[in-house]
Design a binder for this molecule. Structure first.
Ligand code: PRT
Ligand code: ZN
Length: 286
């Protein structure tokens, strides 16, 4: 019987849908009911375990699962010796210190001798220790934002994404402790058949991630501006150049990265490119 790689993902929460969608984009399908906790893919040697995100580090570390998808914040807080193999680009957030809006905040040393409520005592403890600030950490597991208003703490350290929860609880963000996103973790030293399956999965996953960052671009260029246009478009190797029916014009095809997308488009237009088309790439295998 062929070995199966076991992946743990969040059962229900902010990362569940995108974790499953990512596996699906890698061509891996599952039949899932609303109460499924464990299932196998019918087209890839992968077994899926659906768990609370907080339990994933221990399960991967113990070998109940081989790999997992969860927030980097949870990986660091739990502190198991897991390998962070890949950042996945979703579930982005930050772990921040916040205080009541009316507080006149001058710097991190303001927290000295104060109480900070958090569900992240380990990360916060290290952060304060490195900064040389001694504060009292109060561990609470949920609704951290209300701690200052009920007199439990002078500040909080919690996950922030849009900032609206802080705002609606009369708090302001004063220090960013950590930035986080969903990551793929693995038990160190996966070997044998499981390693082979993992490498196959990683190959697909990186192709999907790469395609998310890049666009395919097609444009028409006057032949006499071609050198200038090619210089703007390095592409994977060099751009494809095809003759157009109209004399003196060519069609140029290439790949551009999302980071400098708009700058490149501006530069291409200024260099004389016309009829620019930009299309998504489904998979980029390199
Ligand atoms: O049930 P289970 O234990 O699996 O889920 P959970 O409730 O512990 O986690 P969940 O689903 O809330 O979050 C899973 C992961 O998503 C977290 O570990 C983070 O890595 C990531 N993430 C991204 C967030 C947020 N954004 C986020 N906004 N996790 C939590 N929040 C909460 C935050 O705690 C605060 O209450 O949202 C509120 C702040 O949001 P804004 O938009 O108002 O700033
Ligand atoms: Zn959780």
């Amino acid at each position: 019987m062929q070995a199966k790689l076991k992946i743990a993902i969040q059962k229900s929460g902010r990362l569940s849908e995108k974790s499953l969608a990512l596996l699906q984009e890698c061509g891996i399908s599952f039949n899932l009911g609303s109460n499924t906790l464990r299932t196998e893919s019918h087209n890839f040697p992968l077994e899926l375990l659906l768990l609370r995100d907080d339990d994933i580090p221990a399960y991967v570390s113990d070998g109940v699962a081989d790999i997992g998808i969860l927030g980097e914040n949870v990986v660091l807080e739990k502190g198991y010796p897991l390998e962070i193999v890949e950042k996945l680009g979703f579930g982005k957030c930050r772990l921040s210190l916040a205080v009541p809006r009316a507080t006149h905040y001058q710097g991190l040393s303001d927290f000295a001798g104060k109480r900070i409520a958090t569900s992240y005592p380990k990360i916060l403890g290290t952060y304060l220790r490195v900064a040389g600030v001694e504060a009292e950490i109060h561990v609470i597991s949920g609704s951290v934002e209300i701690a200052p208003s009920i007199g439990l703490a002078e500040g909080i350290c919690d996950i922030v994404s849009s900032g609206s929860t802080l705002l609606s609880n009369g708090l302001k963000e004063v220090e960013e402790v950590l930035t986080s996103e969903a990551v793929l973790v693995a038990k160190p030293h996966l070997e044998g058949e499981k390693r082979d399956i993992f490498d196959k999965l990683l190959f697909r996953l990186r192709a999907v991630r790469r395609s998310q960052h890049n666009k395919y671009i097609l444009l028409n260029a006057p032949q006499d501006k071609l050198d200038q246009i090619i210089a703007i478009l390095p592409g994977l190797k060099s751009p494809t150049v095809l003759p157009l029916a109209e004399e003196g014009w060519v069609s140029v095809h290439s790949v551009i990265h999302e980071d400098d997308f708009w700058e490149k488009i501006d530069a291409l237009q200024q260099a004389g490119a016309e009829g620019i088309l930009v299309v998504p790439i489904e998979k980029m295998l390199i």
